[in-house]
Write a protein that binds this ligand. Structure first.
Ligand code: ATP
Ligand code: MG
Ligand code: MG
Ligand code: MG
Length: 565
């Protein structure tokens, strides 16, 4: 691709809501542009990367014997009524009406549609097992869309659904999918971990999440330092041996707390959205203490200096030290605590350490009292006081638990007969008897993977793509193409040869100054860069630098082809 004929639009400014590196870099490199909350346009550059991920996923799904199809994203209410999920799915389900007032939802997932397809198409056990998949747009009306495409409302998912006559067959396909997922994330160059996950309300027998390890991940994972045991925190808690730690002293109670404002109330008061809230402090108002949420771009000193609107009445802000002393928490604690005067408030970690914040609101009228703040658990859900902390014995009896953060990029699940039963999806077995099918489902967040990869691989200058995800493998940069026709000709011939060898190559023929050109190539993360210059031409060399290297070196054309394989 000649860059002068492409659309590359790198920018310096990033919006204030871009809290994490991947979000900032996707905006700066011009990969994505925000349309509205949780809705992003993939630019030509971004789409090249997205397609790379999609293709690796597709190849491995095909190799694992799954069959691609495509289902509608708009789904009729009646079908969702059959499984009871029209009501049960909750606020993430976007409901829409057509001109005849008929109701639909925009699919957040496709169990209903695929099971409807299966009940009509599959008649005999001889057609089983079968595993259908699609790569398609989903919509979930997330409470807190954030981190760009990481937690978007509209996003691209690969979802697969397998159908079986027996549990053995389901377990077999589940294992095949598990292995395919491991291959996909390995090929994409991600550092990941498969962890046991709760099967929750669905029941079923097995579920694993594939988690890309990253400090900014929203999920907490527990793993043993002495065995293969790894689970998400919910699952680890459920598996924790009874009595392994004293029950938390905190209890959830309905208490009369008219002075305590929820995050929602306070954010509404200040006209800010919840995802902009990064810390909660206490305000001593006329009538007592209230919790005040601050915006991410203000620190407590600015607030004290009166740079934020204050609550009505005479508000006196407590200092961080006062807050800490009042609630008696150690730095690092996140969660609900009770004040000595028994007015419960939410205190988060940023109040304690003013960094690495996770925010949560107290449920209306429901608060913990008597919390035991000696436990330095990494609590992220305010509704919950963690049962499992670092150093606890591993539930498998080997070693002790470590806690890490992860980004969920994939999820495999043995659903059992839940959907097939509800939708009466049956086949005839070898005795000619009707049997409800068993199902597995297997999801991958295709668009989330792009952000997760950047989260793991970037530096000051920009993105460092693993080769299989890079928009192009090589950037050919020309110094002064306008003034030196022979340099331009050499670059063109190199570009042609690379293209002929099947190497995806971006020829930066924009005529920018070297500094600006190199900065762009580093920002968009092209793994290999070669510079064609007058000086190099006369010496018979090219200046080569790997994106991950700190130095460049002079190499010949043949050496370049060798590096690129
Ligand atoms: P999360 O816990 O992050 O909300 P989930 O468990 O709700 O994800 P699944 O229903 O398991 O998601 O969907 C399969 C995959 O789709 C997830 O593993 C994740 O990679 C991706 N995904 C889910 N929600 C989003 C989202 N809002 N934006 C981008 N990708 C998403
Ligand atoms: Mg979710
Ligand atoms: Mg999840
Ligand atoms: Mg999941």
């Amino acid at each position: 691709m000649r860059l002068s004929q492409f659309h590359l639009a790198t920018v310096k400014e990033v919006p204030a809501d871009a809290e994490i590196a991947s979000h900032r870099l996707m905006i700066r490199s011009g990969m994505i542009r925000k349309l509205a909350s949780g809705l992003y346009t993939w630019s030509p550059l971004g789409l090249r990367v997205l397609r790379k991920v999609e293709n690796v996923v597709r190849e491995e799904m095909n190799r694992a014997g799954a069959i691609e199809m495509l289902m509608p994203s708009v789904q009729p209410r009646e079908l969702w009524e059959e499984t009871g999920r029209w009501e049960k799915f909750g606020g993430q389900l976007l409901k829409i009406k057509d001109r005849k007032e008929q109701e639909f939802c925009y699919g957040p997932t496709h169990e209903e549609v695929v099971t409807d397809f299966a009940r009509n198409e599959l008649k005999s056990y001889k057609q089983l097992p079968v595993n259908f998949y699609q790569i398609q747009t989903k919509f979930r009306d997330e409470i807190r869309p954030r981190f760009g495409v990481m937690r978007a409302r509209e996003f691209l998912m690969k979802d697969a659904y397998s159908f079986h006559l027996t549990q053995e067959s389901l377990a077999e396909t589940y294992e095949v999918m598990y292995q395919a997922y491991a291959r996909i994330f390995t090929r994409l160059g991600l550092t990941f971990r498969a962890v046991q996950a709760d099967t929750g309300a669905i029941g079923g027998n097995a579920s694993h999440e594939f988690q890309v390890l990253a400090e900014t991940g929203e999920d907490l994972l527990a793993f043993s330092d002495a065995s293969d045991y790894a689970a998400n925190l919910e699952k680890a808690e459920a598996a924790a041996p009874a009595g392994s730690r004293p029950a938390p002293s905190a209890t959830l109670q309905r208490v009369d707390t008219p002075r305590v404002r929820t995050v929602e109330e306070v954010t509404h008061h200040f006209g800010i959205t919840a995802d902009r809230v990064v810390k909660t402090v206490l305000v001593r108002g006329k009538k007592g203490l209230v919790a005040l949420c601050l915006r991410g771009d203000h620190d407590i000193n600015e607030v004290k200096a009166g740079k934020l609107p204050e609550l009505p009445g005479e508000s006196v802000l407590a200092s961080d030290e006062e807050i800490l002393a009042a609630v008696g928490v150690r730095p690092g604690f996140i969660g609900p605590v009770g004040l000595p005067d028994s007015i419960p408030v939410i205190v988060d970690r940023s109040v304690a350490v003013l960094a690495d914040f996770v925010c949560g609101g107290n449920a209306n009228d429901m608060h913990y009292t008597g919390a035991n703040w000696e436990r330095d658990a990494r609590i992220t859900r305010v509704e919950d006081i963690r049962q499992v902390v670092v150093g606890d014995p591993s539930p498998d009896g080997h070693g002790s638990l470590q806690i890490a953060r992860g980004i969920e990029v994939g999820h495999v699940f043995q659903l059992g007969n839940k959907y097939a039963q509800a939708l009466d999806a049956t086949v005839l077995d070898d005795q000619g008897k009707k049997q409800v099918m068993l199902m597995g489902c297997y999801g991958i967040g295709v668009s989330r993977i792009v952000a997760a990869a950047i989260e793991q691989r970037h530096d000051e200058a920009g993105i460092i793509w693993p080769e299989p995800m890079a928009p192009w493998r090589v950037a050919v940069c020309v110094i002064n193409p306008k003034n030196a026709p022979e340099v331009n000709a050499a670059a063109e011939s190199l570009y042609n040869e690379l293209s002929a060898r099947g190497v995806e190559c971006l020829w930066d023929d924009r005529g920018l100054r070297p500094g600006a050109m190199f900065a762009d190539m580093e920002l968009i993360g092209i793994p290999h860069r070669v510079v064609v210059s007058e000086r190099g031409l006369s010496a018979g060399t090219l200046e080569y630098r790997a994106r991950s290297a700190s130095e460049s070196s002079a190499i010949t054309r043949d050496e370049l082809f060798e590096i690129l394989g």
